[in-house]
Each structure stands twice: as structure tokens, then as C-alpha cells.
Write a protein that binds this ligand. Structure first.
Ligand code: NG6
Ligand code: CA
Length: 518
């Protein structure tokens, strides 16, 4: 989509300069630069509503995140659109609910690119406005044209350059899924020709040891469930992989790689407006942070991963400061879904919580229909425009970022794109405390819920009350409709029978949303 749009900012910048000087329009680069904020998204993986100090975390310090919140707005009712990564990221980056689109569930590492090249994305919003755009870190939305058919030893035929990102340095999926290499602009970074890469999610490669047969080779982290296929860096993964050699990542260095590439991008583009999507690997499993973050809190690896995430935030903020860009850079910090404790590795996350509550007071967690699945931390800071130290209780959803940032950058959305995304910029910037009328949320099992400022309705769904394959999390399943009063903590009392009209009202909203837009 890169070339289809004209930049609208330049003429606007000229006009305002002309007006201010009362003379000839002068389109000096510096005035344009000053008028357009840089935008940096720091998108965490699996950080729950209660996992950061400024949201009540215990046992772990997050000073850099705290400072960001002190310098901006902290939202207490912000929602991801889904309780797992791929659908959440899909919706956020396209402004279209993932549940409308088949093939948007948690992706394998060899999935084909799920957002198609012709789709309009959040990155296109910024491209249209003349920004330099970059994506660094976790991707998890597929690469290449067709799943399972990528040649990882050559440039991929579809990658983030087709989705509006000028530059990308990404992990194809998650750290627990092969291929365990970074991909830079559609090619394996540090490619090692002596170790050609093969990837399969169907069958193992002859001669490659598997976690399930060779637990003695899992010297860095053993799995608690799943994650027993390929072994890379002494850690079992999902999927089979061969080769990689020097290109294989070391889990303990992933945060450093992400931070250094983010800083490099900002250095390079310091003289023009930029949009940078920094999607951290932290705190997804396998949690294996760098040694320097180890042992400083009582929660073990999960706590260390939170500290490492906070360090990444600090690195981004420090780079902006060094470049003199703090004042006019808008930073958004949030997470793709709610918290999980044991997500498949023996990292003792559960035993070592020591009173910490990853989802704070919320019920459920990652994967769940309950609030812990999708209510996440969200912080916006922009010293030039956003008042400091505000806490906003407004109901907000990440689905609205696309339309809101289109409004900020005065980008025109092409017809029939991002139809689920509404411009809610004033609320995101703290100029209004208006809640979204409703937000729709998707659990891992595809159950949809409707949230309003005060209520939550969860569709009926048969099935076990707890996840059966590993994580100790409530699914939110119930064969009956569920209605909760969200002014009370914890979604404890199902009020559906007591307030049938409210149930009907929320069901109607869901039906309208479901049928109104394709
Ligand atoms: C699950 C994985 C879990 C995590 C999740 C996706 C197993 C047993 N569990 O299937 O570890 O990778 O998928 O997480 O394989 S997400 O945050 O990327 O959506
Ligand atoms: Ca996630």
C-alpha cells in the first residue's frame, strides 16, 4: 500500500507557517518536523492488568513504566480486542475484528502473511502522512504468501514492507515457536549459509533431537506442557526446525536485540517524523531474560522478564531524550492480551508469585472470556500535548488506534477499511473522558463478549470451566448467558436472570456488530 497515498501533512504545515508569519509560506523542513509528533508503540506480550508497578504490581519494580505513566495518562479500563496474540494484533493493526476473518487464530511460525498486502494497516496510516515507519520485535501475523511454503533461505515474497513498514526486524511468531531467527526486511538476519533453514509444523527432521525424547538437552528451560518439539538454545519449542547456525537467537539476548534495533531506527530517522512499533518478546514464554535481570525480585523468571520489559521501555525513552525528541513524541504502551502464569515452561512463575496478582483484581486471564483476558495496561504520553499524571477510567479499545491515529495524522481512510475502528483520539489523549459505547472482545475459544462502561455480557458457550491443556485459567464458558455488573470487582455474580432487558440490550449490540460490517 506504500505508494497509494499522498502526504497531507506537508501542505498543512506550509499553511500554518504562512499564517503564523503572515508572509510567504515557507515549507522549511524543521517546521514540518516540529508539527508532526513521532509515534512510538511499545506493545508488550502477555503483560497482565496487574503486572506493572503503577497498576499495583508487587515484588517487581517498573520505574520506567511508572515514569511514563506519571508523564501522561494511565487508563484503567483499556481493552485488547482478543485474549490471545494473533487476533489481538490483527484487529489492532487493521481496525477490523479478527473474528470476522478466518485464519486469524494463534499463528504457527510458518503461517502465511495473515494481513494481506492489499490491506490498509496502522503503518499505512503513518506512511500516508509521510512518516518513516518501522516494526521491531514480535510479529506473529505470518510471513510469505502461503503457510508452510516459505523458503527461509531467500527473501520472503510477502513481508512487512507490503504492509506499510519501511523497516522491520522481527520474530516471525513467538519465542516458543520456530523459526528461532530474526527476520530483517523479509530476510533472515545474520543468515548463515552453512546452516540452511528448514521449518515444518507437520513432521520432524531426521537427525534433529526433540524435546520430548531428549529432556537432558533442555538445559536452559524444561517445558511444563507442550513445547517439546525442536530444541534451540536448550529450550523446547513448538514446531520443527533444522539449521539456522549463527542466525539462531539466544533467548537471553532477545530484549537487547529489540532495544538496539529500536534505538538504531530512531537515530536514523531523528530528522523526520517516524512511527515505530516496538513489540517486545517480554513477557511471553519462554521467559529467559538476560542474566543482568536475574534474581533481583522474588518472582523468579516471570518477574525478571517484567523487569527486562521495563528496561526496554527505559531504553526507548532514553534514546528519545538523547535525540531531543521527548517533547513531541507520543508513546503508547500496552499489551496484546492478559496475563498467564504457567504457559508451558517450568519457570516456577506460579510458585513464586509471593502475593503478586498478574491480573490484579480481575477474573480469568489470557485465553479467557473473563476480564483478565483482555483488560490490559495502557499508557499514553506526549509531553507537548497530553497533561501529566492523569488516570482515565474511560472504556477504550485498541481497535480504535487505527482511526484515532488517522485523525491525528489527518490521513484519509480508504473506503471499506478499518470499519471497526472509531476515532477516539480525544479520549486517548485525555482531552475527553468519554467511554466507547461498547467494546467487543474475543476469547481464545471464539466466544465474544460485549463490554460497556458498567456491564459485561458473555455469550453462552458449552465446554469446561477451566482450560484443560495446561494453564490454570478459567475459560469463562457457561451454557447460559452471563451478565456482570462491572462496577463491582471480579465478575462474581451472574445477573443475567435478574436483568433480562440488559442481557437483551447487549445481545442486540453484539448482533448488530456481527452483522453490520463485513
Ligand atoms: C499456546 C502455547 C502458549 C503460547 C500461546 C500463544 C502450548 C502448550 N501453549 O498454544 O505457550 O504460545 O499458544 O500465546 O503450546 S500468544 O500470546 O502468542 O497468543
Ligand atoms: Ca500474547
Amino acid at each position: 500500500m506504500n505508494h497509494r497515498f499522498m502526504a497531507l501533512w506537508a501542505p498543512l504545515a506550509c499553511a500554518s507557517v504562512a499564517h503564523a508569519t503572515g508572509g510567504q509560506p515557507s515549507c522549511e523542513k524543521s517546521s514540518e518536523k516540529n508539527s508532526r509528533p513521532n509515534v512510538v508503540f511499545i506493545y508488550a506480550d502477555d503483560i497482565g492488568f496487574g503486572d506493572l508497578e503503577c497498576y499495583g504490581a508487587k515484588n517487581v519494580k517498573t520505574p520506567h513504566v511508572n515514569r511514563l505513566a506519571d508523564n501522561g495518562i494511565r487508563f484503567t479500563n483499556a481493552h485488547a480486542t482478543a485474549a490471545t496474540s494473533t487476533p489481538s494484533r490483527y484487529s489492532m493493526l487493521t481496525g477490523k475484528y479478527a473474528w470476522r476473518v478466518p485464519g486469524t487464530d494463534v499463528a504457527t511460525g510458518n503461517a502465511g502473511m495473515i494481513i494481506r498486502p492489499e490491506q490498509y494497516t496502522l503503518a499505512d496510516v503513518f506512511k500516508q502522512a509521510g512518516y518513516a515507519t518501522g516494526a521491531i520485535g514480535k510479529w506473529h501475523l505470518g510471513l510469505g504468501d502461503k503457510g508452510g511454503e516459505q523458503d527461509w533461505n531467500a527473501p520472503l515474497c510477502a513481508a512487512l514492507g507490503d504492509l506499510g513498514f519501511d523497516y522491520s526486524y522481527i520474530m516471525a511468531a513467538t519465542a516458543d515457536r520456530v523459526p528461532c531467527v530474526f527476520i530483517e526486511n523479509g530476510k533472515v538476519a545474520n543468515y548463515d549459509p552453512s546452516a540452511p533453514i528448514e521449518v515444518s509444523y507437520r513432521k520432524p527432521f531426521e537427525g534433529e533431537p526433540l524435546g520430548k525424547d531428549h529432556p537432558e538437552l533442555l538445559y536452559n528451560l524444561k517445558s511444563s506442557h507442550g513445547h517439546d518439539m525442536a530444541i534451540v538454545n536448550g529450550i523446547g519449542r513448538i514446531g520443527y526446525m533444522k539449521g539456522g547456525g549463527k542466525a539462531l537467537w539466544k533467548d537471553e539476548n532477545i530484549a537487547d536485540s529489540i532495544a538496539s534495533h529500536a534505538i538504531e531506527f530512531m537515530d536514523k530517522h531523528q530528522h523526520e517524523p517516524f512511527f515505530l512499533y516496538v513489540a517486545t518478546n517480554d513477557i511471553h514464554v519462554p521467559r529467559f531474560p538476560h542474566e543482568r535481570f536475574r534474581g533481583k525480585n522474588k518472582m523468579g523468571l516471570r518477574g525478571d522478564a517484567i523487569a527486562q520489559f521495563d528496561w526496554t521501555v527505559g531504553q526507548v525513552v532514553a534514546a528519545l531524550e538523547r535525540l531531543g525528541l521527548t517533547e513531541n513524541t507520543l508513546i503508547v504502551l500496552s499489551s496484546d492480551n492478559g496475563a498467564v502464569v504457567d504457559d508451558g515452561y517450568q519457570d516456577r512463575a506460579e510458585e513464586l508469585l509471593n502475593g503478586h496478582r498478574p491480573t490484579g483484581p480481575l477474573r480469568g486471564g489470557k485465553y479467557s472470556s473473563f476480564e483478565g483476558g483482555t483488560r490490559v495496561p495502557a499508557i499514553v504520553s506526549w509531553p507537548k500535548e497530553v497533561k501529566k499524571g492523569k488516570v482515565s477510567p474511560a472504556l477504550v479499545s485498541q481497535i480504535d488506534w487505527l482511526a484515532s491515529f488517522a485523525s491525528l495524522t489527518q490521513s484519509v481512510l480508504p473506503k471499506k477499511t478499518a470499519t471497526d475502528s472509531y476515532n477516539n483520539l480525544d479520549t486517548w489523549l485525555g482531552k475527553s473522558s468519554k467511554s466507547r459505547d461498547w467494546a467487543v472482545e474475543q476469547a481464545a475459544n471464539h466466544t465474544l463478549s460485549v463490554r460497556t462502561a458498567d456491564w459485561k455480557y458473555i455469550e453462552p458457550k458449552s465446554g469446561p470451566a477451566m482450560i484443560t491443556w495446561g494453564p490454570k485459567i478459567e475459560t469463562g464458558n457457561s451454557p447460559d448467558p452471563q451478565l456482570y455488573d462491572m462496577t463491582k470487582e471480579g465478575e462474581r455474580e451472574n445477573l443475567a436472570a435478574k436483568y433480562p432487558d440488559k442481557v437483551k440490550e447487549l445481545q442486540q449490540i453484539l448482533e448488530q456488530v456481527r452483522s453490520s460490517k463485513e
